[in-house]
Design a protein around this ligand. Sequence first.
Ligand code: SF4
Length: 333
Amino acid sequence: MARVFSGIQPSGELHIGNYLGAVRNWVALQATHECVFCIVDYHAITQAYEPEQLEARTFDMAVSLLAAGLDPARCILFVQSHVPEHTELTWVFTTVTPVGELERMTQFKDKAQRQESVLAGLLNYPVLQAADVLLYRATVVPVGEDQVQHLELMREVARKWNARFREDFFPEPQPMLSAARRIVGLDGDAKMSKSLGNTIGLLDPPERIWELLRPAKTDPARVTRKDPGDPEKCNIYSLHQYFSPPDTVRHVADQCRTAGWGCLDCKRVLADNLAAALAPIRERATELKARPERVREILADGAARAHAIARETMAAVRDAMGFLPAGEVTLRR
Ligand code: SF4
């Protein structure tokens, strides 16, 4: 069974964008792959953040992931900072990664130009990503289009380290592109993202879903109730395709084109279907939140299992690189 690694930032509760774009796929992968899923808190600190919120955001992300269907009996779920080998291997990899390669990463350039003083952590972000995946010698990485360049770099890091220290030790991971298209936010323009405030939370109750959907952008051609629209130009229609049954989706398209429904009618149907689809996830989250010690136990167990693999990898890495084993007092010559 091929091993998959994927990570998600501790941004608090999931929203439907990251559920459809990534997590739903992770849930399915548990049946076909050996899965290692990580809440990447070390990545989160490369941007400005509030230390007093990090713990709660990490915990809430764990609750969301478990409620969404990650099953600790079928995957390893853990927090990155609980397995110190992630940073150890990152350091090792910085010694085989050319700075020029890191500087040409599109995400680095985008983020760096918005900062007055660029920090080394931001530059080294893709090296930490390489260490995340290669520590588990994973061969498959589910990624969005925007991460393909980082995956290429990861493959190059693996090649360089292997060439210098031990042939074929690290596999070159392959990308598994997410089948879900880019999930657009309720503003109808940008990718759904918490920082843009255009999301619907995976755990939002029905009344909150309606509150958010009501003002959401639709096809601008529908100026009045009587104006027909084009569902292909409307994000509400895209969301129907994910959350409404096929008959309803066809009916929505027809009602939109003929102005049979107004946009509020259309959104009401989506709100009901969305709330029904998310109800079991919300219920599981409520149960988990009532037993925080169970969530911590799952994460501790995940960290122990991840650590066992990471320790083995690092022992081989140290050996190949010629480090003196800890506890030995004589050189092996
Ligand atoms: S009727 Fe529905 S699909 Fe058509 S523009 Fe309005 S919200 Fe969008």
